[in-house]
Design a protein. Structure first.
Length: 100
């Protein structure tokens, strides 16, 4: 993942890079059917995000960010007429601690 900061006086940052995802389970919600065999076991794509850090002291910063992922591969094994892709987005808040 590449993390790009906009200089020492700006607290904004941008990150992007590749991701790999692995299928852990797949279940149809209405009838509870296991549908893992319908999908490929791996998925890959692009991850991206933007955030803001608030310095608390020299080694501690609060951060708030919005990030997402978008797959570039079809995850469906058998449906060739329509393609299915994974995507996700998140709002994150946390604490960044620099270890010396």
């Amino acid at each position: 993942m590449i993390n790009w900061h906009f200089g020492k006086t700006h607290n904004w940052y941008f990150n992007f890079g590749p991701y790999v995802g692995f299928l852990m389970s797949a279940e149809e919600s209405r009838f509870g059917l296991n549908i893992e065999d319908e999908f490929f076991k791996t998925d890959w794509g692009i991850a991206f995000g933007i955030g803001y850090k608030i310095p608390i002291c020299d080694t501690v910063k609060l951060f708030f960010e919005c990030d997402g992922q978008a797959s570039v591969t079809n995850i469906s094994k058998y449906n060739k007429e329509q393609k299915y892709f994974n995507s996700r987005s998140a709002l994150n808040a946390g604490v960044s601690i620099r270890l010396k």
